[in-house]
Design a protein around this ligand. Sequence first.
Ligand code: SF4
Length: 496
Amino acid sequence: MTNEPIEPRERAAAAVEPLPEGVDLASYGEGPREECGVVGIYAPGEDVATLTYFALYALQHRGQESAGIAVSDGRRLVVHKDMGLVNQVFRDTSLAALHGDLAIGHCRYSTTGASSWENAQPIYYETPTGGGIALGHNGNLVNTNELARKLDQPPRNDSELMAALLARDVDVSLEEAIVRTAPQLRGAYSVVVLDEQRIHAFRDPNGVRPLQIGRLPTGGWVVASESAALDIIGAVLVRDVEPGEVVSIDGNGLRSQRFAEATPTFCLFEWVYLARPDHRQDDRSVLYARRNMGRQLAREAPVDADIVIPVPEAGRDAAAGYAAEAALPFADGLVKNRYVGRTFIQPTQSLRQLGIRLKLSPVREVVEGRRLVVVDDSIVRGNTARQLVAMLRSAGAAEVHMRITSPPIANPCYYGIDMASRAELIGADLDVEAIREFLDADSLHYISLDGLIDATPDDRSQLCTACFTGDYPIPVPGEQEQLAQIRFDFSDDTAG
Ligand code: SF4
């Protein structure tokens, strides 16, 4: 057996893995996936269905499997939903059929319940009195089994479970039913609910997922997962729906009730990756926080390099921050093949061999012969990052220094983000040096947890950091047992 040095191109060819059979191209090579985006609009006299459509457009990154809108004209609810992106589900004709003064909308990526039309939202649920409610949920409940025992019919998912629990309370208004029911729910939930007359929006006491209130210039009200959904329809951000608060909107304006004390632990990963850069949370834009993360990384892990490049899209603002702090040039060394995931054409076997190249292309003029700092938001299983390093070497990079704007992800998320199981997380069992070796990078540095938190406007006590620290702010039944059982086996690593 010889021990000759391996040429970068050969190393690259060996490391780039084919696309797995039947893989969803839209998600291949992406980071952790958000579960959902929600919106609710009360705007009498306006085309609420079309306003909701555009607001959903701005939330498309939060869920790309299905989309739906429910509208009420004051007497009757109508729901239109289907599998696909917002612009695939709705046409002029389908929007024109949705008449009313109030609407809710939802875009979904499933982490509980199958990816199917039945599980697409808004969920419609008939009440025993002959009315109906429509519900859209962003988050994930952790006590679904316990709650499902209260129902005669097993629900298909945690969102239907909520709708069923709310619909049982026939003797009180929907607003009161929420105040009664919400304290029984455990987990993350930012929810919009529509009945014939009103929109209600409520958020779990920890406020894990965002939910904001805006005002339209015409006086109407909007609630939405992110401020970008308010901006796109000309609404002005008023405030957050507070953790533990329910707001109800109708012709009398907006009313608020509290169903629980607020114990805020906002998802730290929304700052790193999930939210759009133009989303504003706690008076700061996500873009500004991500720039800070990049600057912090440059201070924590400087390196002799020629150029800083982002892994598009979430790494872009942090890479700009790193380059500014390190006084290095910034350039797009990787281009995202933005629409490849939107195709319904399955790649052939020979195309599958291209692996990550189907999603990202290196720009040879930028990377060739250069020592690169490559800024990305996270490493989940490690396979995508390994292929990325190989692809950059294959394009002629002299050195590849990976800089990551989150600490190692060592624990799964139970609050609405699909990351992978603990057994699949490379950060769960390997130290940073072992991960660097696996990636075949020249250096690897993850931002420190303190450095990351300092880049946001929040205090540590106000944030969920569970996927990094294992410190779950909302107890997850069975989590400790899972932790004890699972051992990481990296010898058979086939995850995407
Ligand atoms: S576990 Fe991670 S991704 Fe999930 S809510 Fe907490 S910080 Fe966010």
